[in-house]
Every structure is written in structure tokens, then in C-alpha cells.
Design a protein. Structure first.
Length: 275
């Protein structure tokens, strides 16, 4: 049975399997963290061009995060040594920044989570590098549509499974695979918390969505089959069939009459091309 816990923004929060319900202070904290996260993804747009290395992008993310008064939540998380994740082409998620340079035709996901005043602003966005083939651009567009369709279903009184069912239905129209091994999650004072937000689910199942819930929706959509494998580095997940993969992510809160997206770009840079 699902347990919910109403929490005060000042109390210590632990990962105990309960779904946390937040008040006005929590919403304000998530707005600030979410807006910083979105502004970081806005600011790196000029770097997303052929020849720039993923390490350079990671350095810029760290610089912007610290300048915003936050710290990168990924830095030191379970031994991870970078300030963001950068996933290129057939990398599904958790790509590790390094010496690899972006090249013409790449599609790239950058995932950032600044920790600001105790709150996690978790978001990711796709970028198109140079002249990207039509099939790749279409995958990116549909993945963004999947995210927003899922968010539309995140209403008080709905069930968590309604989100995944809507995402899967839309992706299947294009014969795309919806990744199941990785999912969205509760967020707030904790980086990863209950509930798990599966992006391929059955409508009418799962916990009831209640005002005060904070979680991410972050569909990973593959051009081919949904199956993934983890590389030997213990982080990087790739498509088994080497097909392209795309992802977008927002952190949201359930309100009395709908939801609030904490990580929207104030510059309108919601999906590429960012012109």
C-alpha cells in the first residue's frame, strides 16, 4: 500500500519509501532550483557545436552551477566525478563527459541537477549538432512530445500509470521503443526518492497523484527496440541495437488543480533548434 508523508521544508528527510507531500516552501525551493537548472541548459547552447568536447561542456555546467550559488548534485554521487551527464546518439543516459568531441549530425542530451539551498533542480534537454538527419530530428521532436503528453496526464486524482501509458501510446505510433530500465523519480530535498515514474505503464495503475508530490518525468525513446545495456564503466547505458536514443526531462509538482513545471526555460528554449 502506498504511503504518503506530509513534510515540513525544515525537517530532515530520509529515503524511506514514502511519497513526500510538500507545502508552499517546497514549491518555492523547487522553483529556484529548477530555474537555475533551466538557465544552465540555456547558457550552454553556444557550446553545442562540432569540435567542442564533452569535458568542456561539463566544465561550463560546473562553472554556471557554482556561479548560481549551487553545487552539482552529480559531483561525488555514488562515486561519479562529473557535474552533468552528456549522452550522444545511441547513449540512452548517464554518458560520462570526457575527451570526445561533438561532430556534425550528433544528437546530444545534457542532464543537469544543481542542488540549491537543499533543493534539486533536475532537468535534461536535447541538442542538435550541425546538420542532423531527418530521422534523428524526428526522434527528438517525438521524444519532446512524449514528455509534454506525460506532463499533461500528471493531474491530481490521476494515477502514476496514466503518465507512462500516454507516453508509450504516443511513441508506439512511430514504432519507437520506450526504455523501461530507467525511469523518472521523486525529487526535492532528496536527489532520487519515491515514487518511480515508469514511462511505459498501464493506465489506472500505480499511486494516486496528490497535491504536493514532486517528481521527474524523463522519457528515453529509442529509434529502434527499447532494450539497453550498461557499459563496463558502470554508468553509461546504450541501446542494444545501436539505434539512436533521445530524452527530455522536467521536474514537476502536483498542484490542487494541475501541475507546475519547475524547470521550464524562461527564454523559450524548450526543444531544438534553439534559434
Amino acid at each position: 500500500m502506498t504511503e504518503y508523508q506530509v513534510i515540513d521544508s525544515r525537517e530532515t528527510v530520509i529515503r524511506d519509501g514514502t511519497i513526500k507531500l510538500h507545502g508552499p516552501d517546497g514549491f518555492e525551493g523547487m522553483r529556484r532550483a529548477g530555474q537555475l537548472a533551466a538557465s544552465i541548459l540555456d547558457a550552454i547552447v553556444p557550446l553545442m557545436r562540432p569540435g567542442v568536447t564533452t569535458a568542456e561542456i561539463d566544465d561550463k555546467v560546473r562553472e554556471l552551477t557554482l556561479a548560481g550559488g549551487a553545487v552539482p548534485a552529480t559531483l561525488g554521487y555514488r562515486g561519479y566525478t562529473h557535474s552533468c551527464c552528456i549522452s550522444i546518439n545511441h547513449v540512452v543516459c548517464h554518458g560520462i563527459p570526457g575527451d570526445k568531441a561533438l561532430k556534425d549530425g550528433d544528437i546530444v542530451n545534457v542532464d543537469v541537477t544543481p542542488l540549491l539551498d537543499g533543493w534539486h533542480g533536475d532537468t535534461s534537454r536535447m541538442y542538435l549538432i550541425g546538420d542532423v538527419p531527418l530521422k534523428a530530428r524526428r526522434l527528438v521532436d517525438v521524444t519532446y512530445e512524449c514528455l509534454m503528453i506525460g506532463i499533461e496526464k500528471a493531474q491530481p486524482g490521476a494515477r502514476l500509470g496514466d503518465i507512462g501509458a500516454a507516453i508509450e501510446e504516443h511513441a508506439r505510433q512511430f514504432r519507437y521503443g520506450v526504455v523501461r530500465e530507467f525511469c523518472g523519480h521523486g525529487v526535492g530535498r532528496l536527489f532520487h526518492d519515491a515514487p518511480e515514474v515508469v514511462h511505459a505503464a498501464k493506465a489506472g495503475t500505480g499511486p494516486e497523484l496528490r497535491p504536493g508530490m514532486f517528481f521527474t518525468i524523463e522519457p528515453m525513446i529509442n529509434l529502434g527496440r527499447p532494450w539497453v545495456k550498461l557499459l563496463k564503466d558502470g554508468w553509461t547505458a546504450v541501446t542494444r541495437d545501436k539505434s539512436l536514443s533521445a530524452q527530455f526531462e522536467h521536474s514537476i509538482g502536483i498542484t490542487e488543480d494541475g501541475n507546475e513545471i519547475f524547470t521550464l526555460s524562461q527564454k523559450g528554449l524548450h526543444k531544438p533548434p534553439y534559434e
